[in-house]
Design a binder for this molecule. Structure first.
Ligand code: S3P
Length: 179
């Protein structure tokens, strides 16, 4: 079974995913990184040259690639779950965990990581955009996820530990992750 992290920009998917993969000795896949490697360009450049639609097409392929093996930890881009086929793929052999946080916290984290890398936050009101996107997407995250974790005020280490311990307690057999 794969462990899949979904959620908004700034929720810590990539950082938590990397920590979790290290702690569990599992390979780590990040769909944004796969998109960039396959395109030979940064996400920001893909948005500029191909628009959001071009990026989303590449993202579907990256989800297919990331979910093509087993025993992986997979971090997804914030919008990956909007595509129903991607959602189904992520759940097929995956335990999907939604890292959720208050918009203010997402905003602080996204800024710290450099908002320039995130084309969707390039407008005049990034906090408002995060609020709107989180509202619009809540249903898709809920439909994609087996488990929701509120990460507001928590460190990535602490969140990765919680996920690891939950799965250790279950011996990976994850009642909570059955579809
Ligand atoms: C996006 C989130 C980004 C990246 C792209 C679009 C989104 O990934 O895929 O900028 O639609 O929320 P992160 O969630 O890793 O920032």
């Amino acid at each position: 079974m794969n462990l899949v992290l979904v959620g908004m920009m700034g929720s810590g998917k990539s950082t938590v995913g990397r920590l979790l993969a290290g702690a569990l000795g599992r390979p780590f896949y990040d769909t944004d990184t796969l998109v960039e490697l396959n395109a030979g360009r940064l996400v920001r450049q893909i948005f500029e040259l191909e628009g959001e639609a071009g990026f989303r097409r590449r993202e579907v392929a990256a989800v297919q690639e990331a979910t093509s093996g087993d025993g992986r930890v997979i971090a997804t881009g914030g919008g990956a779950v909007l595509n129903p086929a991607s959602r189904a793929l992520l759940r097929l052999n995956g335990c999907v965990i939604w890292l959720d946080a208050e918009p203010e916290e997402l905003y602080r984290r996204a800024l710290r990581q450099g908002a320039a890398a995130r084309p969707l936050l390039a407008g005049p009101d990034p906090l408002g955009t995060l609020r709107r996107l989180r509202d619009e997407r809540a249903e898709a995250y809920g439909a994609a996820a087996h488990i929701r974790i509120d990460v507001t005020g928590r460190t990535p280490e602490n969140v990765a530990d919680e996920i690891r311990l939950r799965f250790a307690a279950d011996k990976g057999d994850t009642e909570q992750c059955r579809t």
